[in-house]
Design a protein around this ligand. Structure first.
Ligand SMILES: Cc1cc2nc3c(=O)[nH]c(=O)nc-3n(C[C@H](O)[C@H](O)[C@H](O)COP(=O)(O)O)c2cc1C
Length: 170
């Protein structure tokens, strides 16, 4: 798929079929994240890759907004230090990883942790890092296929101002 088609058709998918993701595909997703740009090329991130179904389930239970981890075939927790730019950088990683996954037929969803301490108790990462979000990956159910539904996005004329504030297209 072209990058335009990947962007257009990618949706947040929270239900996955019980099909493993090969380590080759897992590494391709991680590699896409590694390639993401970052402020001053600091690459402030660490990727905590989750392949253990027990860990995925435990995290899904404590996360609050990432219950979809529980039935994912693969998960990644994005760990960053405090600061403004690391959050932005993690967003770039997240987009790169999800688009690379979708290119390989793997669906995904972002999830956030309402109780980072509970996540840390399970994953044992250093205290100075924080789990900005997690990503669930898995193959989408067959009935999720078919024509992509309409974007559910604001239209360009609602969000773009040309040259100065107030000059929008009709
Ligand atoms: C920063 C960010 C945080 C998100 N957090 C969650 C979350 O905690 N749980 C969840 O189920 N989806 C989460 N999502 C997925 C969004 O709800 C989803 O991308 C949005 O509703 C658009 O859906 P669509 O891409 O299928 O159109 C998050 C997405 C982003 C970019």
């Amino acid at each position: 798929m072209s990058i335009q088609d990947l962007i257009r058709t990618k949706r947040a998918v929270r239900d996955f079929v019980k099909q493993p993701i090969s380590s080759e595909v897992q590494l391709a997703i991680l590699e896409a994240g590694r390639r993401a740009p970052s402020a001053m090329n600091r690459q402030p991130w660490t990727f905590l890759a989750l392949t253990d179904p027990e860990k995925l389930e435990q995290l899904g239970e404590v996360s609050g907004h990432a219950g979809h981890l529980a039935n994912a075939a693969f998960g990644i927790v994005l760990l960053i230090p405090e600061g403004h730019w690391p959050v932005f950088d993690a967003g770039q990683v997240s987009a790169y990883m999800q688009l690379a996954a979708w290119d390989l037929g793997v669906a995904s969803c972002v999830g956030s942790f309402v109780d980072p301490a509970a996540a840390r108790a399970i994953l044992e990462y250093p205290e100075e890092l924080r789990p900005v979000c997690c990503l669930s990956f898995g193959y989408p159910p067959k009935d999720a296929e078919g024509p992509p539904r309409r974007g559910g996005r604001k239209l360009l004329h609602e969000i773009v101002h040309w040259n100065k504030w107030g000059t929008t297209l009709p």
